[in-house]
Design a protein around this ligand. Structure first.
Ligand SMILES: Nc1ncnc2c1ncn2[C@@H]1O[C@H](COP(=O)(O)OP(=O)(O)O)[C@@H](O)[C@H]1O
Ligand SMILES: O=P(O)(O)O[C@H]1O[C@H](CO)[C@@H](O[C@H]2O[C@H](CO)[C@@H](O)[C@H](O)[C@H]2O)[C@H](O)[C@H]1O
Length: 453
């Protein structure tokens, strides 16, 4: 049996239990698309691109692994499995947890290095000059993540620095908006995103693409904001403790408007055409259908939601521009009193092509409004939590309006429709990932529906 077959045999059962595996509950059916090796000091480092055919639409995953002749200290949780090789045993690890992989990944980025194989290859790209004199430590970020991030402490001639490198797990042909938007914002001088360090670009065989090759981002490195707290936890704590969040929410609204303005200046805007509006309505409808199929309780709201969407079609729509795309409190950090936005990858349940297109800034505004509602929902929707949420929502909106000069009140009905669509999306997300939290978007749907009756 070849080494790569042994890897795939071990990866198949392990993949199904990973947070980023999209087809929960299905047994992965794997095909190796390409696999390159990266030079590393004391282990064999392989980066596999593996297609899973178990989903309705096949999903391509990036699965870096390391092979070791003996167990790696303190890494039992990262062991994918073992297999015999002659008289020896090979230990196969989830790459990001092994210093051999994490070091070679950062070196590949800062050194603009290339690694090639038959079906796929990868190239590191440093955005500026960062001389890493030594990598002092690397650890995987724990917690809910759609990808896998490694946090490094490194030494540079200018002093110590922390770097976070996100290894994209589900891969797509085309630019990854997380890399493109954040590096453009940083290049435009925005202080509302971390400094961008570099990325890894990949190419792999794909018969569906012109020339038989697909291209996309594989990893993205940025400055790690030390001591930052994520806005979701910060807001939860504030709400629980009865701390007024209005000034923070107002500032967050203003930063959101500033980021939208910089994105508009960097990537341009265009008026919404009849086709753009029809496409948005049709995407709302298909999400609603998926949600009704997966969460039958939503069916009773269908008539009202259809009515709200139809009425939205007759409204005036603002111009399109590049946006965050999956904006919520968990995507924002508070670092030294400044709101910092992260994760511009868009909604993980949407096709990447859609996420890389101009969209409506109202989608982000609606996303954050939903997030304030989640704070109340996750705290049991007490009267106090509900009041905290409405005050924060209002303050966020006024911060946005003041900074952008866009009177969102003129778009109220459209904003409600975007909020409805986001809650529909969340119902599917929760049904698939956190069924205990399904009541949060469900009650929002009922509330929004009763408001529009
Ligand atoms: N540059 C950064 N500095 C500090 N923390 C970060 C940074 N980037 C990400 N994080 C932390 O990692 C978490 C997950 O990052 P995110 O980009 O949302 O990943 P994913 O796409 O996998 O969900 C964030 O919520 C944040 O807590
Ligand atoms: O952060 P991701 O890109 O993985 O986004 C997905 O997961 C989010 C949850 O982690 C989910 O957000 C929903 O839950 C949040 C609380 O945990 C809440 O603040 C958001 O408003 C709510 O949408 C997000 O929808 C999903 O795409």
């Amino acid at each position: 049996m070849s080494v790569l077959t042994s890897h795939l045999d071990l990866i198949a059962p392990w993949l199904g239990s990973q947070r980023w595996f999209a087809s929960k509950g299905r047994l992965p059916e794997l095909e190796l698309i390409g696999s390159w090796q990266i030079p590393a000091a004391d282990a064999q480092v392989h980066s596999h691109l593996i297609m899973d055919h178990s989903a309705t639409v096949p999903v391509l995953y990036q699965v870096p692994v390391t092979e070791r002749e003996s167990p790696l200290d303190d890494a039992d949780g990262a062991l994918i499995g073992t297999y015999p090789s002659g008289n020896d045993t090979v230990y196969l690890y989830d790459g990001p947890h092994d210093p051999a992989y994490s070091q070679s990944l950062l070196t590949m980025i800062t050194g603009n290095a290339t690694a090639a194989s038959e079906g796929a290859d990868a190239t590191g790209r440093a955005f500026g000059k960062l001389e890493v004199t030594s990598i002092l430590s690397a650890r995987v970020l724990t917690g809910e993540q759609s990808n896998t991030s490694i946090i490094y402490r490194v030494d540079t001639p200018d002093g110590p620095l922390r770097v976070i490198c996100k290894v994209f797990r589900a891969l797509h042909h085309g630019e990854n908006p997380d890399v493109v938007l954040q590096s453009a914002l940083a290049a435009a001088g925005s202080h509302s995103v971390p400094h961008s360090i570099g990325c890894v670009e990949g190419e792999w065989n794909d018969v569906g693409q012109p020339g038989g090759r697909a291209r996309g981002h594989l990893a993205f490195a940025q400055e790690f904001m030390t001591g930052a707290e994520d806005a979701w936890r910060f807001a939860l704590r504030a709400s629980e403790a009865g701390i007024d969040f209005r000034a923070d929410a107002h500032a967050l609204g203003a930063v959101t408007a500033e980021v939208h303005r910089t994105l508009a200046a960097s990537f341009g805007t265009r008026p919404a055409s009849v086709e753009d509006i029809a496409e948005a309505l049709s995407s709302w409808q298909s999400r609603l259908q998926v949600a009704i199929d997966e969460v039958p309780a939503i069916a009773e709201l269908r008539g009202v939601i259809d009515g709200l969407y139809a009425a939205a079609g007759d409204l005036e729509w603002p111009p399109l521009q590049r946006v965050h795309g999956d904006y919520h409190l968990g995507q924002v950090l508070l670092a030294d009193g400044q709101w910092i936005l992260l994760d511009f990858e868009g909604e993980p349940l949407r096709p990447m092509l859609e996420r890389s297109r101009p969209d409506f800034a109202l989608r982000d505004v609606a996303g954050m409004l939903r997030s304030f509602d989640y704070v109340a929902g996750s705290l049991g929707s007490t009267e106090h939590a509900a009041e905290w949420t409405s005050a924060s929502r209002r303050a966020f909106l006024s911060g946005y309006i003041e900074e952008s000069g866009t009177d969102l009140r003129a778009h109220r009905e459209l904003l409600d429709a975007f909020e409805m669509d986001k809650a529909v999306y969340e119902a599917v997300y929760e049904a698939r990932n956190r069924p205990d939290w399904l009541p949060i978007p469900l009650s929002a749907l009922r509330r929004l529906a009763s408001r529009s009756r």
